[in-house]
Write a protein that binds this ligand. Structure first.
Ligand SMILES: Cc1ncc(COP(=O)(O)O)c(C=O)c1O
Length: 372
């Protein structure tokens, strides 16, 4: 398989670990091993007993049980654990799609959500979002672009990079269009649980539809990206078996210590999600102030959920140059929209980390010194 470079991940690889402030991360603040073990009494003793042999290919049964509790109608036998959401997306696409199939992808998007399909030889239709309409999606576009060869609709709510979240009613209309046409919905739900209001949380796709494929991960809402634990929950047995078999050619099974920590985190998910939402809500206050202060220079569609947003530049400058200038002068990393193949005038900002107020102060100084 020939596949194009993953622009966003390449950009992170180049800068992430040698800048002072990463202000575009999509994950929440992480934990040290010590902090995580302290959440539950006796867990250090349990950790010492973790066996470091091969693990069960579908995932540790206790972990699959914990994951299944995130859904209403899913049994542990309907969950496969993967190495991050990335492996889940890769395997799903390779199992479902073949050359000349068609998919419709909400866009802008995390690149693997369309690039793997491209590499397989599929036709990809971008379901475009625009900040002029507050990132709202157009259902008519979706319906009128379905063809005989459409296999799958790919969505991601809460959305990276815009922070968009549809209403439950709107979301169910997407699912119903898929049902009516008997096509799959790949629902990337890696930012689920980070809704600012609990009432706005969407039901997972796998609970609503047999061909709804829900992807989850420990990286984003839980802030545990280093564990590299993700999963798919699905009622589609045939697809499930095919994905399980494909995994024998990628990672075979998951890391035992990572499975242990994922179980621990999921058992204590309320504590972890509460802590992460507190960080997010506090950071959003700083962002609201910042974008109101500099409203001549930026557009700010306030995110509805999640840990990222996608402001636009009102300055006559290419976003890549703008971001590099900020990086050189203040050591603050933003993600230009060019890395999403989405024009030259937006950037992603991330607000799941504790050091946001500090990083934003440097961004503020940069604006005052250069545009004040
Ligand atoms: C929407 C979306 N899906 C999947 C992934 C991949 O997640 P992971 O790194 O945990 O595999 C990301 C990571 O940024 C993402 O934003």
């Amino acid at each position: 398989m020939r596949i194009k470079d993953f622009k966003l991940e390449d950009y992170f690889a180049k800068y992430e670990f040698n800048v002072k402030y990463t202000l575009c991360s999509s994950d929440c603040e992480s934990f040290s091993v010590d902090e995580l073990l302290n959440i539950e009494k006796g867990s250090l003793e349990d950790f010492k007993k973790v066996w470091l042999g091969y693990t069960e290919s579908l995932g540790n049964p206790i972990l699959r049980e914990e994951i299944s509790k995130l859904y209403r109608n899913i049994n542990p036998e309907e969950v496969i654990v993967f190495s991050g959401a990335e492996e889940a997306i890769f395997i799903f696409m390779n199992v479902l799609l073949k050359k000349d199939d068609h998919i419709i992808v909400q866009y802008p998007a995390y690149q693997s959500l369309y690039e793997i399909a491209n590499a397989i030889g599929c036709k990809v239709t971008k379901w475009l979002m625009d900040d002029e309409t507050d990132w709202e999606l157009d259902l008519q576009f979706l319906e009128s672009n379905l063809t005989q060869s459409t296999k799958c609709i790919v969505v991601n709510f809460p959305h990276n990079p815009t922070g968009y979240l549809p209403t439950e009613d709107f979301y169910k209309r997407i699912i119903n269009i898929a049902k009516k046409n008997n096509i799959y919905v790949l629902s990337d739900e890696v930012y689920r649980l980070l809704e600012y209001s609990r009432a706005e949380r969407l039901p997972p796709a796998c609970d609503l539809y047999d061909k709804g494929i829900s992807i989850g991960v420990m990286s984003k809402s839980f802030g545990l990206a280093g564990l590299r634990i993700g999963w798919i929950a699905s009622k589609d047995r045939e697809l499930y078996e095919a994905m399980a078999s494909f995994k024998n050619y990628t990672t075979i099974c998951n890391s035992a210590p990572s499975e242990f920590f994922s179980i621990l985190a999921l058992r204590n998910k309320d504590i972890i999600i509460k802590r992460n939402l507190e960080i997010i809500k506090n950071n959003l206050k700083f962002l609201d102030e910042f974008f109101s202060k500099f409203d001549k220079f930026f557009t700010w569609v306030r995110p509805k959920a999640g840990s990222v947003a996608f402001p636009g530049l009102l300055i006559e400058q290419d976003t890549e140059k703008f971001c590099l200038d900020l990086l050189e002068k203040k050591g603050v990393l933003l993600m230009p929209s060019t890395q999403f193949n989405y024009g030259t005038s937006h950037f992603r900002i991330g607000f799941g980390r504790k050091n946001l107020p500090d990083a934003l102060q440097h961004f503020d100084n940069f604006m005052t010194e250069n545009y004040g």
